[in-house]
Structure formats: structure tokens, C-alpha cells
Design a protein around this ligand. Structure first.
Ligand code: G3P
Length: 214
């Protein structure tokens, strides 16, 4: 399972990178707007921090515009993956960029059929948003299981990038469901190792060790 950080905050990305356990980064226009750093400058800085796939989303809506913007983004750095919306225009762009060897991440996926269409368009990654499905009372993680089945049934190589992860249990379920990548907000990444029995067990070991020394 690959772990990506879902953030455009350089301090968070840098802190996560220091663990040596981060394989890539995903951003989106909302995260970039919040970070307040010019887009291309931000991407280049992220590329310096993490040597892995860095998703950068297009901010245009027609295929010709997305193709032009996607090519420009891909030129910035070899690790840039062009993130595209799951629309007809986005999938036309996905086919065009894939044909040129540019990696893509098709985002805003909420159904197995959408995921199948993105795979047909040659997407490198599909990003199903589990948290946002849970928010409207649907089964986000059920979608991951469904996409896994579709991709395995037909041998699609598109990787399932579980997005909109909101808590550690989403991560646990993603691993069990066969997601290929989990992209995590930094806050959730920090919680991945938390377990009260780990904390109390370690405290006990240290206390007993001190007793023996005494
Ligand atoms: O980057 C896309 C995705 O992870 C967004 O998550 O929490 O805004 O639904 P969220």
C-alpha cells in the first residue's frame, strides 16, 4: 500500500516526508488556494520534498484547455501527475495525455461505472472520494471494494487511490479492500500509529526496565 499526503501545506509535507514513509502527494484547487503559494512554485517545492508522484489538478473545463494545461503542468517536473475531473472532457483529456505518456489521476469519482470509464481512458490513478460519500449517507468504502472487483474482473491496471480519507478506520478499511494508495490529510497520517495499548505497553516496559536497573 502506498501512502500519499493529501495537502498543499509545505510544512505538513516536509514533516511527513521526514518519516521516510510517504510515497507521493495529492493536491487539489481547494488545498492550493488555502496554501496561498503560487501554483507552479508550490509544485516545484513539493517535488523537492518528496521524490514520488505529485498530483496537480487542472483548473479548466474543456478538453483542449485541459490538454494544454496538463502538458504545461507535466513539463514542470518528471514526477507531476495531471489530475483531471471525471467528466467527458476530462476523460478525452485523459486519453490524449495517456497517449503521450503523461500520467493522470482522474478525480471526483463516486461510482464503479465512472471508475471503469476512467480506466478505459487510460487513467494511471482513479480517485474515489470515500468521505464525501459517507457525508451523504452512502457507503464510501463499499465503492473501493466495488472498483477493486471491476478492475480485477477486467484486468485494468489503473491504480485505486483512496481519497477523502477522514480517519484512521478509513485507512484500515482501504487496506482490507485492496486500495493501491491511500491519500491522507496530515492530521490522519499522524494518527496512524496511535493505539492506547502501544502507549501503555511501552510505559510499562520502560518502568519495569528502570526497576531492574535499580
Ligand atoms: O484531494 C481530494 C480529497 O482527498 C478531498 O478530501 O476531505 O475534501 O473530501 P475531502
Amino acid at each position: 500500500m502506498k501512502l500519499f499526503i493529501d495537502s498543499a501545506e509545505l510544512s505538513e509535507i516536509e514533516a511527513a516526508a521526514k518519516t521516510g514513509l510517504i510515497d507521493g502527494v495529492t493536491t487539489n484547487p481547494s488545498l492550493v488556494a488555502k496554501a496561498g503559494v503560487p501554483f507552479e512554485k508550490l509544485l516545484l517545492r513539493i517535488c523537492e520534498l518528496i521524490d514520488g508522484p505529485i498530483s496537480a489538478e487542472v483548473t479548466t473545463l474543456t478538453a483542449p484547455e485541459m490538454i494544454a494545461q496538463g502538458k504545461q503542468l507535466a513539463k514542470l517536473h518528471k514526477n507531476i501527475v495531471v489530475k483531471l475531473p471525471l467528466t467527458w472532457e476530462g476523460l478525452k483529456t485523459c486519453s490524449a495525455l495517456s497517449a503521450e505518456g503523461i500520467r493522470t489521476n482522474v478525480t471526483l469519482c463516486f461510482s464503479e461505472v465512472q471508475a471503469m470509464m476512467a480506466a478505459k481512458a487510460g487513467a494511471t490513478y482513479i480517485s474515489p472520494f470515500v468521505g464525501r460519500l459517507d457525508d451523504i449517507g452512502q457507503d464510501g468504502m463499499g465503492l473501493i471494494r466495488g472498483i477493486r472487483q471491476v478492475y480485477d474482473n477486467y484486468g485494468y491496471e489503473t491504480r485505486i487511490l483512496v481519497a477523502s480519507i477522514r480517519h484512521v478506520d478509513h485507512m484500515r478499511q482501504s487496506v482490507l479492500a485492496g486500495g493501491d494508495v491511500g491519500t491522507l490529510p496530515y492530521k490522519v497520517f499522524q494518527q496512524l500509529l496511535s493505539h492506547p495499548l502501544t502507549d501503555s505497553g511501552l510505559a510499562r516496559f520502560m518502568k519495569d526496565w528502570e526497576t531492574m536497573k535499580g
